[in-house]
Design a protein. Structure first.
Length: 287
């Protein structure tokens, strides 16, 4: 195996620049925000805090350090082995099955990202925890543990870690295992719901899919165990969480963007779901 060149070798390779004031420009970089890290050391902890399929507006980076577990994302089933990682994008159903053993060690990093299109190539695609990925992950976790809340270093290192992972997306994609029952219905509903409140009603979605509302309700409940009405309401609230965190929009504008008829109904639904008002949620990390 060829060893990596050291700093002295790399410096000696550098050519003279054609123009000393004109160099490389970075593309648009969206830094992760509102970062939360936690671990799971027992398989029985994986589907907590709530049993069943999780769904939220945040990105989830999973690094499986020890023990293989099946990860179900939307209608795909992926076996995530030790030494592999996975990105779960916003508004994707996900839960965990068939752990290789009860003892495990997985890292979870959840975060907000204003532009998730940069992660689209990682959808349903496990990646290996190569030495460069593990190295940056180690630096990131050390900074997350040691730096203060106002430090930019954890966000910068997480952005670097995601860039490392995106480079791995160029490798051939591993095929998922068998799809779950009712393949595609959850993804189709989510895609239609995210196009706007005017297209996210049960009747509108059923019409677009070419089935009756009653058939849509039955298929959706069979697929993920919850009613489609409850799911759509939760999607709207999760979208509101992202808008409150990532945009300066007024609460009334967020309510309208998420399909609520009034700020009163929006605030009541938000408090019932999360235990705090929309404004308290927006300022929760600024105390």
């Amino acid at each position: 195996m060829t060893s990596k060149p050291d700093l002295t070798t790399l410096v000696n390779r550098l050519p003279q620049p054609p123009h000393p004031l004109m160099g490389r420009r970075p593309g648009a970089v969206a830094l992760p925000d509102n970062i939360v890290c936690f671990q799971r050391r027992a398989a029985s902890e994986l589907n907590r805090p709530r049993r069943g399929r999780a769904l939220h507006h945040r990105c989830v980076l999973i690094l499986a350090l020890r023990t293989a577990v099946t990860v179900c994302v939307d209608d795909r089933v992926l076996r995530l082995g030790a030494g592999e990682g996975l990105i779960v994008l916003p508004f994707q159903f996900h839960h965990y099955l068939h752990p290789q053993s009860e003892s495990m060690l997985w890292l979870f990093v959840t975060f907000d990202l204003a532009d998730t299109s940069q992660l689209a190539s990682l959808r349903f695609k496990p990646f290996p925890l190569t030495p460069p990925v593990q190295g940056v992950a180690t630096e990131f976790l050390a900074a997350y543990e040691q730096e203060g809340r106002e430090s930019d270093l954890p966000a910068l290192l997480l952005a670097l870690l995601l860039a490392r992972v995106r480079r791995l997306a160029r490798t051939p994609r591993r095929a998922p295992l068998e799809p779950e029952a009712s393949p595609g219905v959850v993804m189709q509903v989510n895609q239609l719901a995210q196009k706007g409140p005017e297209r996210s009603g049960i009747k509108q979605i059923a019409h677009t899919l070419g089935i009756s509302p009653s058939h849509l309700r039955a298929r959706f409940r069979a697929s993920c165990g919850v009613s489609i009405g409850r799911h759509l309401r939760r999607l709207r609230l999760e979208k509101a969480c992202g808008l409150l965190r990532l945009t300066p929009n007024r609460v009334s504008e967020v309510a309208e963007q998420c399909g609520f008829n009034s700020i009163y109904h929006f605030s009541r639904a938000f408090r019932a779901a999360y235990g705090i008002s929309p404004m308290q949620y927006r300022h929760a990390d600024k105390r």
